[in-house]
Design a protein around this ligand. Sequence first.
Ligand SMILES: Nc1ncnc2c1ncn2[C@@H]1O[C@H](COP(=O)(O)OP(=O)(O)OP(=O)(O)O)[C@@H](O)[C@H]1O
Ligand SMILES: [Mg+2]
Length: 262
Amino acid sequence: MIPNQVRSAPGLLVTKNLERRFGESIAVSGVSFEVPRGQMVAIIGRSGAGKSTLLNLTNRLLDPTSGSIFYEGLDIARLNGDALLAWRRNCAMIFQRFNLVDRLDVLTNVLTGRLNHPPRWPKLFGRFSEEDRDRAIDALYTLGLDDQALKRADQLSGGQQQRVAIARALVQEPKIILADEPVASLDPINSKSVMDALRTINQERDITVLCNLHSVPLAKEYCDRIIGLNAGKIVFDGACADLGEEELVEVYGSLTAIEDAL
Ligand SMILES: Nc1ncnc2c1ncn2[C@@H]1O[C@H](COP(=O)(O)OP(=O)(O)OP(=O)(O)O)[C@@H](O)[C@H]1O
Ligand SMILES: [Mg+2]
């Protein structure tokens, strides 16, 4: 057994008493949960509830103030150097604003998902292997974008751009996808295409998905489980069917706030 590792089921993500403070304010507090491999989990809560902080702690863009995160028994909060880079490869991020390079074509944008896989130097100069290209084309095909491969990224619709970002995440060959409000800037039709894509990847490739969402109906339609945060604490964790009006008030604090999320 390597140091900082305890026995765990394959693909199991565990947080224990996770806390993150920013100065005096607490963004995430006492957060403990277990996510088995292949689950698709929605994280909901009002603005400022701690959703982004929780995802950023999970991929170690942020360090916890206290508490632990384990993946397959490995203590993520204590990784550094190559082990931390390896963890970030396992943990792909999807953001609200896609974060594509507008002037590059779609295929090259997807290939950047391979940048952290060795050997890195040729890739930094735009030299990707045939294998990487095949992987990127395969990912674009999965996302229904193979015919868009040579277009500039900024010529695509918002929904298509977000699916390019998902293809980029896929070529990273992650164990987990962390999606931070992936549909917040999209209309309902594009939102559906992006959520469909995430669900398909989750089910067909057994990749765990943690997805911050502002829409409760989308969370219920697409996810296996919902975690509700309020002021950094988990106030709901359960099946979609168990999230009723009473639980929504716990999460959102008031009926008016709930209306925004419905
Ligand atoms: N870098 C930071 N410095 C200081 N405070 C921060 C920082 N990042 C987050 N916070 C604070 O932590 C709390 C949780 O923020 P977070 O961004 O995680 O919320 P959120 O649920 O993602 O909100 P939103 O729905 O608006 O994206 C907020 O009070 C926020 O102001
Ligand atoms: Mg956020």
